[in-house]
Design a protein around this ligand. Structure first.
Ligand SMILES: *Cc1c(COP(=O)(O)O)cnc(C)c1O
Length: 303
């Protein structure tokens, strides 16, 4: 069933690509639905139809290396994992080495830039980005914001390892121990329809997020109000564990149909696991849900 659905999704992507699509934007991990794409199949299709592939790797820096997998451009929100705080808003775009004659990078509207692009060689996409995006939209990073981001970046490798080890453990225990009507979702769980892609493309984890569906908005609010350790705020990839009700915040101005399409259920809470002791994080959610402190030893309970 899952295989059939996936084959259908890939076929519909291919059908779209046949109609001269210029650019595909792929999130390495669906946020907050946690659907994991078959990165290899989509990359191969983009190559076949010469479509520019941009991968948003915000959720999985280091864990997924899109340029090695065949993407053309990788973008990150540095407000998330890279900084480990939301004290400075920022973004990063990384470009692969390009073949200057590659048609998919050129645009007749900017013909006057083509000679600059060609001269820039492997940096040509950066020229496009600067001359078009920065000129037209006008964004640039301020000095203090850049300083804060770079401080966070120094410890990115350590943070990624810690968080990704914690997420899978926490999701596993909560899936077992929370009352049955509360549904935990993470691609590493045996019940997940994304387990196959998780094992294939995300060997060291798929980022800081797992979700809890408390079924109703009321019980989601109760759960959130009972949390002592997790902070209710809208970032992900923060050093602190964050929890947020999706429908009443980020998706409050989406209509019912769009929310359904995106998997935003009434009781959906997105959790972004931070650097705290995974045992403390687990106990915070157990206590908030059941009122009891299990004082679980993660190692005992999982293995
Ligand atoms: C938050 C987020 C963005 C946008 O980042 P900002 O820093 O808020 O502009 C883009 N992609 C993903 C996957 C995100 O989580």
């Amino acid at each position: 069933m899952v295989c059939k659905k996936r084959a259908k999704a890939i076929k519909s992507i291919e059908d779209r690509l046949k109609s001269n699509i210029k650019i595909v934007l792929l999130e390495s991990v669906g946020n907050p639905g946690l659907r994991l794409p078959d990165i290899k199949k989509i990359t191969d299709l983009c190559k076949k139809y010469e479509t520019l592939l941009v991968i948003d790797n915000t959720t999985t820096p280091i864990l997924v290396q899109p340029l090695n997998l065949g993407a053309d451009i990788v973008v990150h929100s540095s407000t998330k994992n890279m900084s480990g705080h939301s004290a400075a808003l920022g973004g990063v775009a990384v470009f692969r080495r390009v073949n200057e004659t590659n048609e998919k990078l050129l645009n007749h509207k900017y013909e006057d830039l083509h000679s600059i692009i060609e001269k820039a060689g492997k940096k040509s996409l950066i020229v496009i980005c600067k001359k078009r995006a920065l000129r037209d939209i006008g964004m640039s990073a301020n000095a203090f914001g850049s300083f804060l981001t770079l401080l966070g970046l120094e410890t990115l490798g350590l943070k990624i390892r810690r968080v990704n080890e914690s997420v899978a453990k926490i999701a596993k225990v909560l899936d077992k121990k929370l009352p049955k009507h509360i549904v935990v979702n993470h691609p590493s769980l045996a019940k997940s329809i994304d387990l196959e892609n998780y094992n294939k493309f995300f060997k060291n984890g798929c980022g800081p997020i797992f979700t809890i569906d408390a079924q109703t908005q009321k019980s989601a609010f109760e759960l959130l109000d009972n949390l002592l350790l997790a902070t209710q705020t809208a970032n992900i990839g923060d050093n602190r564990t964050l929890a947020l009700h999706m429908k009443s915040t980020i998706y409050r101005d989406f209509d019912e149909k769009s929310r359904k399409f995106l998997g935003i259920a009434d009781g959906l809470i997105r959790v972004s696991v931070g650097l705290e002791d995974p045992q403390d994080i687990t106990n915070d959610f157990l206590k908030a849900t059941t009122g009891e402190s299990y004082a679980l030893k993660l190692t005992d309970d999982i293995i």
